[in-house]
Each structure stands twice: as C-alpha cells, then as structure tokens.
Ligand binder design. Structure first.
Ligand code: NAD
Length: 544
C-alpha cells in the first residue's frame, strides 16, 4: 500500500478507525507513523469524544463537533449517538438542527450528500452517478422550502436530510453506508439569502410549478434507474408541493413523506396509548382538531383508518372527527374554498367560530392542536374538556414550544391532573399527584427510523398507510404497564433502539402481508430485523 492509499483510509469515514487500528492493520496498510502509538478500543474513543462534546460551549458548537466526527469516523459517530440517544439526538436533530440550518452557510466546513441544482436540469442522471456508492437504499430529500417552522431556507435546509438520516441509523439501525442525503436546489425566495455573500445555494428565485414538477420527476426517475428499489423520503417540502407529490408518487415507487405520514403515525400511536390507559377502543373516540393543515389532515386520515380497522364504516369514522381552523369549524358550506385533502372532514354543521361551543356540542374525547396558536387551549377549553371526560386527551402538537396550544403544566392544572397529555415540543418534568413525571412528547423519531429499517430489511416496493397504522399500533404496545400508569403516552427515548426494533418487526410483517416485500419471509421477524440492524463496530459489517 502506498502513502496515498493509507491517507485515503484515514480520510474515509466509513473505513477509518483512527487510534483503534490494530498494530497488524497499521503494518499492513502503511499506517505506521501516521497515528499515535496507543491502540484504543471503540469505547475509549467514544469516552474521549463524549468529553470533547461536553466541553463545547453551546449546542450549536456540539452540532458542529458531532458533524466533524461524522466526517472523519462514522463508526465512532454512531457509537457515540447510540451510547446515549436521549442526549445526542436533540444535538444532531431537533431542536439544534433548526439553528444549524439557519447558520448552515456559516458553519459549513465539508460537504456531505448530493446537491442537485435546477441549473443542471436534463443532466441529473450524470450528477447522481458522481456519488461514489453504488448501493443506496435510502434517500432523504428536501427542496428547503419549508424547513421545520422556519420557512424557506433554500440550500441551508440540507441540515435536515443529513440529520434525519443520522437518526435512521442511530435510532433504529439502518446501516449508514446505504443512505444518501439530497438537496434539490431549485433556488430560494428568501430575499436575505439571495443577498448574502455566504449563501451556498443557487442565487435565483424558485421556479414556476411546471418547471418544478418536471425537475422533481427527472430526479425520481433517475434515482429509480441508478438505485432501483431505493426508498425516497420527502422531507420539509412546502405543503403546496408535498401533498401533490405524495399523491402522485406513493403508488409509483417506494416513497413517503414524514411530515404528513410520520406525524400521523406518531399522533395516532399516542391516541392508541391513551385508549390503552382508558381501556377503550379507538372507535369509541371523538376527535376535535384545532388546525386543519397538513399535520391535522394527515393525522385525521390515519385515525379514520384506525377506526375503520376496528369495524366502523368510512362515513361514521369521519363523522367522529372534526376540524376547526382559522376560519372556524370546517363545514360543508366552506367546501369550495377547502383544499382537496381537507374536504373529507367537512361537517354537515352550521358555521361556527366558537371552539368551546364546538367542544360542548361535539363532545370530543380528544383535542389535538396543530394550529401554531400559542395559548389556544386556554382555561375555558380545558374546563370544557374536563366536564365531558373523566380523562380528557389533550395533545398540543404545535412546534416550537412558543407555539404550543398549552403547556404541560397548564394541561394538568386545568384538568385537575386527569389529562392524558402529549405535546409536539418537549416540556420540563413536573409534579403530578406528588410524583415527578416527564410529559410525553410525540416525536416522529418513534416512527420513521423504524419504518426505514423495515423497508430496508424487506426491500419493500412501497410504503403504505397500512404500514403507518401498524407502526402506530406497535409503538403503543411498547409502553410497559408501569410507564402507562405513570402517565406516559410514549416510551422513554433511552429505549429508542429496542422500541424501533419492535415497531420495525411489526411493520415488516405488514409489508409481507401486503405483498410488498421482495425477499423471502423469514421464520422469525424479530430475529430477521435484528440481523439487519446496524450496530456501530470496527469489525467488518455483514451486508444483505
Ligand atoms: P399548516 O400551516 O399546514 O396548518 C396550520 C393550520 O392551523 C391551518 O389549518 C390554519 O388554518 C390553522 N390555524 C392557524 N391559525 C389558527 C387559529 N387562530 N385558530 C384555529 N386554527 C388556526 O401547518 P402544519 O404543517 O399542519 O403544522 C401545524 C403545526 O403542527 C406546526 O406547529 C408544526 O410544527 C406541528 N407539527 C408537529 C409535529 C410533531 O410534533 N410530531 C409534526 C408535524 C407538525
């Protein structure tokens, strides 16, 4: 081995072991003299990296530090993340990734993933082939148009596919070598970025719809040609493109949209768990949404399917779900102004702009807030819910915390501690009936990495609604009786790998049942999922 190859080995994050290269490996690969004398274990390297991460001055600096580790040694990076998922996941993804995206062009050091600019329309196949891996099974793609709640961040949104894929590997065990983050750089309408000398993306406005859809079509066609069977997860696309793209592609190839379908899965799981706590069925519930956007309608759709799976007909299921948005109750009289995805929820009811009055007349067992209106679940709302229900289900799902419809403390206080509570953003622990509890957070990380692992292991042809429903049911099963009795609706995040394994196993069963698997059905699904789970190690990985 010549020097160039030895240096390449130390610079390749998939192969580099740094100080963990054995003496034999150092001699064989021309690495002698290129490393300090100590030969360390992965655990020793993790301990050092953990201390270095702790010493960073703030979370954004920790994000930058972790990105550097990912760039030099992926095994170390994932071993660190897996060592304490509840500590590191918020540093590589939300909430820190929001800041990281805003600062992306400032903190940028080395490139990761593919950037496909619309100026190369017509040549995407050629660009994608520049990627050095030939076996890619999982792509997360964004066009940067609706990054978290931060709006159009253009190419700065690349932090999202990178962070999301890190969670696929850390939280569930999708092998990182098969994953690829992609930015469809179609320009930005963010005036600040267009003027910013540091901005890294195309300095032009977003295109018209025809040009946009042609470009996305060219991309999906090229991916299927170069990486047949690869699953594409669409992430943080503006709702006006996200819904039509999902509608268009979900039956054509293996793809899903986590903002719509993953959110629906995790919220439905929270409802299943609440049903477990109340010893009731989903079909017994009546759900009122505050907010009828992509999140609300996606969740509403999946809940209606959960009710139908328990025997309700479609019309009855939809009649047990109501939407209330900025213009009041979503009713049939508004049908012409509703988006196609909102129409199934239009109620045969006179118009109303009084949310509390609708609670009193519709008598929901659950209210779900996806309106971004801070404080909308006020005392009157909480009181009305408590008067109707022994255990009101209250989910203020809007993010970030400053947009939450109520805080955990308000929900418990406003319902005499009777609430079954879960929120979109995290809230600090609080005392309920003398005991300290950690309020439940319905984080999509409980669903999408497990979905990815199941799709990867089964080489699934499609991602379906049934798979998300199965994931929701499986997630609700993972809470122990003790966790349930303590008021939790989602399992603690330090159990994420075990939880993801269970969810992936059940989803894989559904993939086989639906006929979407392209491998033979194994005799034991949990063992099969385990065999496909990536465990960070310096030993060579088995690939299947
Ligand atoms: P969206 O813009 O598509 O929809 C917002 C909805 O709220 C619209 O129907 C709008 O009419 C309604 N609304 C606005 N002001 C209102 C008011 N004063 N009263 C009643 N309704 C009002 O947004 P979205 O993508 O559906 O997301 C909504 C919220 O859900 C966001 O805060 C988002 O962060 C959150 N969310 C959370 C998760 C999660 O925690 N897992 C996942 C996805 C979305």
């Amino acid at each position: 081995m010549n020097n160039e190859q030895a240096f390449h080995l130390l610079r390749n994050p998939l192969k580099n072991k740094g100080s963990a290269f054995s003496e034999k490996e150092r001699a064989k690969n021309g690495l002698e003299g290129l490393l300090p004398a100590a030969v360390e274990t992965l655990d020793q390297r993790v301990a050092r990296a953990a201390a270095q991460c702790d010493a960073c001055p703030d979370d954004l600096a920790r994000y930058v530090f972790l990105a550097h580790i990912q760039d030099v040694d992926e095994t170390l990076y994932f071993a660190l993340l897996v060592s304490k998922p509840d500590k590191y996941m918020p540093l590589v993804y939300t909430p820190t990734v929001g800041d990281a995206c805003l600062q992306f062009d400032r903190i940028f050091r080395s490139t990761r993933g593919l950037y496909l600019p619309i100026t190369c329309k017509g040549r995407l196949e050629e660009l994608i082939k520049n990627w050095n891996e030939t076996d890619i099974r999982f792509i997360v793609v964004t066009d940067g148009s609706r990054i978290l709640g931060l709006g159009d961040l253009g190419a700065n949104g690349m932090g999202i596919p990178i962070g999301k894929l890190a969670l696929y590997s850390a939280a569930a065990g999708v092998p990182p070598q098969f994953t690829l983050p992609i930015m469809l750089d179609v320009g930005t309408d963010n005036e600040e970025y267009l003027k910013d000398p540091f901005y890294l993306g195309l300095k032009q406005n977003r295109p018209d719809n025809d040009t946009y859809y042609e470009f996305v079509d060219e991309f999906t066609t090229a991916i299927q040609k170069i990486y047949p069977g690869c699953c594409i997860q669409f992430e943080d696309f503006n709702i006006h493109h996200a819904e039509p793209l999902l509608e268009k592609y979900h039956d054509e190839f293996c793809m899903f949209n986590d903002d719509i379908q993953g959110t629906a899965g995790v919220a439905t799981a929270g409802l299943y768990t609440a049903c477990r706590a109340k010893k009731e069925k989903m079909s017994d519930q009546r759900i009122l949404f505050l907010g009828a956007g992509s999140a609300g309608c996606g969740i509403g759709d999946l809940i209606s399917q959960a009710m139908q799976a328990e025997g309700l007909d479609k019309a009855t299921a939809f009649s047990q779900i109501r939407m209330f948005d900025i213009d009041g109750l979503v009713t049939k009289s508004r049908i012409d102004s509703l988006e196609p995805f909102q129409r199934p929820f239009a109620a045969d009811h006179e118009p109303s702009k009084d949310f509390v009055a609708i609670i009193k007349s519709f008598k929901p067992t659950a209210i779900i807030g996806v309106s971004t209106v801070h404080g909308a679940f006020n005392d009157d709302v909480l009181k009305a819910m408590s008067e109707i229900n022994d255990r009101p289900i209250i989910f203020p799902y809007s993010n970030p915390t400053s947009h939450s419809e109520c805080t955990a403390e308000e929900a418990y206080a406003g319902t005499n501690d009777k609430v079954l509570f879960a929120s979109g953003s995290p809230f600090p622990p609080l005392k309920v009936n003398g005991k300290e509890i950690e309020p439940s957070q319905g984080n999509n990380v409980y669903i999408f990495p497990a979905m990815g692992l199941a799709v990867y292991a089964t080489k699934a042809k499609r991602v379906t609604e049934k798979m998300f429903l199965t994931a929701a049911q499986a997630l609700a099963e993972t809470l122990t009786e003790q966790e349930l009795n303590s008021g939790l609706l989602y399992p603690p995040r330090d159990r994420i790998r075990e939880v993801s394994g269970h969810v992936a196993s059940k989803v894989a069963e559904a993939i086989f049942d639906e006929g979407h698997a392209t491998v033979d059905r194994p005799s034991s699904m949990p063992d099969f999922i385990k065999e496909h789970t990536y465990i960070p190690s310096y030993a060579p990985h088995k690939i299947s």
